[in-house]
Ligand binder design. Sequence first.
Ligand code: ADP
Ligand code: ADP
Ligand code: MG
Length: 447
Amino acid sequence: MLKKVLVYPRGEIAVRIIRACRELRIGTVAVYSEADAESLHVRLADEAVRIGPAAAQDSYLKMQNVLSAALITGADAIHPGYGFLAEDASFADACAACGIKFVGPSPESIERMGDKARARALMKDAGVPVVPGSEGVLGDEQRALREAAQIGYPLMIKAAAGGGGRGIRVVHGEEGLSRELRTAEAEAKAAFGNGALYLEKYLEEPRHVEFQILADEQGNTLHCGERDCSLQRRHQKMVEEAPCVGLAPELRREMGQAAVAAARAAGYANAGTVEFLLDRQGRYYFLEMNTRIQVEHPVTEMVTGIDLVKAQLTIASGLPLDLRQEEIRASGHAIECRITAEDPERQFAPSAGEIRSLLIPGGIGVRVDTHVYAGYRVPPHYDSLLAKLICWGRDREEAIQRMTRALDEFVVDGIHTTIPFHRQIMTNAFFRRGEVYTNFIQRRLEA
Ligand code: ADP
Ligand code: ADP
Ligand code: MG
């Protein structure tokens, strides 16, 4: 087993990883920027190293600072978490060059899946259905226009290096396409340092269904079932649940097998997620693979009882999976609400500042993953995620009722949060009936 892990991310996921390390008796090193000195992960870790000022470019994104912290403290591994450099193949490569184990897939696997246009081609070869769209990244404008005409409208322009719902635009017709392509390219360059684009047919009201993969370094690959992440705002997930309501067992089996085939095609090891869109006719299409632990992993943990972060650490220690596909079953239903420091009354404007008082909900079937506490100051520099509220119930109805109750208990004073918005979702009649699709929030709540 690993002895000491440098926990690279900040925020709730850093706390989550430290907890798993503790239970495995692995030592922990937190890294933090000047703005995060008061964060819970810094207090909880055995050791903590300051790696720079508030600006992420000068701290969390400075690879040499992170690696130096690992070398100075004698950490034998780095857990990348999610966000920042977590899906950067050169980070995984640099870790290996320093003799530090990267708790994740190989740089080659990250690279295969990191370019979303190339991943589509790889999936096609592996027999996994992809959303109809362009072949690889777009070439010059003339070729792009021809490809667009072939795909038909509406379509989506996406950044090959995109993530976090950014760099995606819907185009309804030919007029303006050239302009949209140029803007998208400039945006992708600015956001991801890579202007490569690809096109996909725009699917009308699909559901986002993704499968959790676990693969060890001995070549065993399995999935831990699916999550429905259809409740999104601006292509960013807000609420996730497991299992996916109304998914026929036959289709679940088929999609699970496709997800495992996708991971195998990438030569994948460790935890990862294969994302699909599912249309109203029950056809599914590969969207992308996230080569890391995901924000919404707890809903899978709640229904399967598997500690996914511990699994990541044991896999990275070189141990084989002690699970078989047939043994993994979902029991009951789990829902996660992402509580962010944003004001739903003001178009989700970021809301930084001091949390004056905090009441965290509890009771049976309630889990809260967070790095905040009363007196904590939410810095304005980073991701707005404050806490994840996860509720389990014997069935979906009980999970929704429990979530509604837990949201009512949850008090965060001093800043605005999305708690009231989540309450609206939980009480929405269409949501309660399980009628969810990716534009649900836009159509049922923001209209
Ligand atoms: P990211 O890398 O930012 O996560 P994804 O490719 O996973 O981007 O897409 C994010 C979300 O955007 C999806 O969950 C879905 O809601 C929407 N989306 C993506 N592609 C399509 C498509 N072809 N048709 C309709 N919606 C899509
Ligand atoms: P999940 O599917 O795990 O919810 P998200 O797409 O919401 O993942 O991303 C998780 C975190 O990683 C967010 O903080 C998001 O902003 C960040 N992220 C994801 N992809 C990228 C990327 N390509 N560049 C920068 N940050 C990213
Ligand atoms: Mg995605």
